[in-house]
Design a protein around this ligand. Structure first.
Ligand SMILES: O=C(O)CCC(=O)C(=O)O
Ligand SMILES: [Fe+2]
Length: 262
């Protein structure tokens, strides 16, 4: 609890995370990155692995559609996210305690951010997720719909597509109204690209993307970072144990379209 900043002032979050790496799940019973508590190990084959495999399958379907619509050669985006290469892709379970009567905007339980990777699928029952749509300045609730999942585009797809796809800024606040009486759980699958992949706009592969980047400063999509570097920078500077001041928050930022948003 309380390990990450939610804003530039260093206010701590109020969420508990359990991250389970895709590489560990697929290699199980071998562990590539880390070990897990017995409850996770016990559910690995029956629950976690089917969830991860299904999530990867759905991700590939969406990536195939995006490749096509962005004018990229078939399979381009899927090839950057292969099952067998190491990546930061992970399943995450988030628990936020009940917070009846808490002032919403003053106390985000997860601060404003864009997701680091390519696509995120969010499964939640209670409200509390809010988004600022590109070109807008107001927070809007994203209402969970039973049997549906919420899909976020992350920084990597925003960069690859030369800004055609936008990684929307979102945050989590205590659930509205009577829902605030309940503990909030969410389950997410984050698809992130192969660790060694460099993040840049795919201008050579698509005339549509080559055209799109012309409206931005040249350096905007030339990050010079591999996926692994991009990911570890963002995680590192959000950790309160690494915080030196407001500049730490600034260093944790990605492709947010409105970095001033709280
Ligand atoms: O819990 C949620 O609804 C969103 C979580 C989230 O944005 C994240 O973990 O990146
Ligand atoms: Fe997120």
């Amino acid at each position: 609890m309380g390990g990450n900043a939610v804003d530039a002032s260093g206010l701590s979050d109020a969420s508990e995370f359990m991250n389970i790496a895709k590489d560990d799940v697929l290699a199980f019973p071998q562990m590539i990155h880390r070990d897990y508590p017995p409850t996770v190990i016990a559910a690995m084959t029956s629950v976690v692995k089917p969830f991860v495999c299904k999530s990867l399958e759905i991700n590939n379907t969406v990536l195939r559609v995006f490749s096509h619509r962005l004018g990229l050669p078939e399979g381009s985006l899927e090839a950057l996210h292969t099952r067998d290469q190491q990546s930061g892709s992970e399943a995450r379970l988030i628990r936020v305690p009940a917070m009846p009567g808490k002032a919403l905007a003053d106390r985000p339980t997860i601060g404003a951010h864009s997701d680091f990777g390519s696509l995120s699928f969010l499964h939640n029952i209670l409200g509390g997720l809010q988004v600022i749509l590109p070109g807008e300045t107001e927070w809007k609730y994203v209402k969970p719909i039973p049997a549906h999942t919420i899909c976020n585009v992350g920084d990597a797809l925003s960069i690859f597509s030369g800004g055609i796809l936008k990684s929307a800024v979102h945050r989590v606040v205590p659930p509205p109204g009577a829902q605030a009486e309940h503990e909030r759980w969410s389950l997410v699958f984050f698809t992130r690209l192969n660790n060694t992949q460099v993040l840049h706009a795919l201008v050579k592969d698509s005339p549509i993307i080559a055209e799109a980047v012309k409206q931005y400063p040249e350096e905007k999509f030339n990050t010079g970072s591999t996926a692994a570097e991009w990911f570890s920078r963002r995680v590192k500077y959000r950790r309160l144990s690494n915080r030196v001041g407001p500049e730490s928050w600034a260093a944790s930022r990605g492709m947010e379209h409105d970095p001033g948003a709280k």
